[in-house]
Design a protein around this ligand. Structure first.
Ligand code: GLA
Length: 369
């Protein structure tokens, strides 16, 4: 028993002993695959629990302005909750985050037909996206976990064997850093993200309409009624999409704007003014607890989604009901439908190239500012 416990926490390499993240078995899939749950924790007590099923961030505990830790992501206590269809709580999303119109795209003159799982479109990688596969986990340290997955040529219709790697790190500064990389053996498209549903007041603690939000984006990509971008990059100026200065989310969410009507709230891709890890792309603050999250990313886009499809039928952690607007998602990404939009930044990946993107969710409180 002792040896087993020791081997799961420490790796003995030559003469040095390397500390690892703790883990425990969390269940089995209907196919009999084992699912593990890893815990990453920094010295300040920030803690992330991550499942090998879907690479899901199952819980994320960060302090409020009084220093009290709270779990700020929606999810389930039991891994079986994640076997159900969407809403993709906390999951890794691939091969292609968000929608590809008509579930097809043309690359090098070849038309690729994808799985349809959102009307006529492909959403978040198809019927069995990266949120529904088992990732191979390697603990790198007590605060860092590497997950890898080989997506076979033709999976959900995408070309090429794609080797995907995601490293989750809880940093000493209360950041959750996510490094995504991938390589392929055939020309393909790739767009990886994480679909955490944040409620800074704590999961299940009401809606996010009172949160204050800033998005460093002068433009966004409007959609048609199937939520596929039209190709236009529209100015946010004078619209409910202008978050260049802080605005309370609920202030304009019911405005008479066709885009808000199509999406039943916010569910649009924002064109970030300054992608990169030195500029804050988005910032949300919950006035009740003082918790703040800042998003930094190398990606050109950010999907701001106010969980419009949650309808109160999902019972999450502790049986709590997750209703409409119970969370915000800030999915960093290439723009939706880029494979069919030559004017958007390219999501193509070729053999010999390495896809690499980084996103940081940095937590603090308004007591620190
Ligand atoms: C993304 C999409 C939404 C919705 C959710 C998952 O945020 O933009 O339209 O599909 O994922 O429910």
């Amino acid at each position: 028993m002792f040896a087993r416990k020791l081997s799961s926490w420490f790796l003995i390499t030559g003469f040095t002993i390397v500390a690892l993240a703790s883990s425990k078995p969390w269940g089995k899939t209907p196919a009999g695959e084992t699912v593990d749950l890893y815990t990453l924790r920094n010295a300040k007590g920030m803690e992330a629990n991550i499942s090998t099923y879907g690479g899901v961030i199952v819980s994320l505990k960060v302090p409020d302005r009084a220093g009290k830790l709270g779990d700020v992501v929606l999810g389930f206590d039991d891994f079986k909750g994640y076997l159900l269809p969407p809403p993709y709580f906390g999951a890794l999303i691939g091969r292609y985050g968000n929608r590809i119109g008509h579930a097809q795209f043309t690359l090098d003159g070849i038309v690729h037909h994808l799985a349809k799982n959102d009307g006529d479109n492909t959403l978040h990688g198809g019927l069995r996206g990266f949120d529904k596969v088992i990732w191979k986990a390697t603990s790198l340290s007590p605060t860092s976990l590497q997950l890898t997955y080989l997506s076979k040529d033709g999976e959900e219709g995408f070309p090429g064997n794609l080797s995907a790697k995601v490293v989750y790190t809880v940093t000493p500064n209360n950041e959750l850093r996510i490094d995504y990389s991938a390589t392929t053996d055939k020309d393909t498209v790739v767009n990886l993200t994480n679909h955490s549903y944040f409620n800074l007041a704590g999961e299940g603690q009401g809606d996010i309409l009172g949160d204050e939000l800033t998005i460093n984006a002068d433009r966004y990509t409007p959609v048609d009624k199937g939520l596929i971008p039209t190709g236009e990059l529209r100015s946010v100026k004078g619209t409910p999409f202008d978050f260049t200065q802080p605005h309370v989310i609920g202030e304009r969410i019911n405005a008479n704007d066709q885009q808000l009507v199509f999406a039943k709230g916010y569910d649009q891709n924002f064109v970030l003014n300054h992608p990169g890890l030195t500029t804050v792309a988005a910032k949300a603050r919950d006035p009740k607890t003082g918790r703040i999250v800042e998003v930094l990313t190398t990606e050109p886009g950010l999907q701001f989604y106010t969980s419009n499809f949650l309808d109160g039928t999902i019972h999450g952690k502790g049986g709590k009901i997750y209703a409409k607007h119970a969370a915000i998602c800030m999915e960093t990404q290439h723009f939706p439908d880029s494979p069919n939009k030559p004017s958007f930044p390219s999501s193509e990946l070729k053999p010999g190239q390495t896809y690499h993107t980084t996103t940081i969710y940095r937590f603090s409180t308004d007591a620190q500012k």
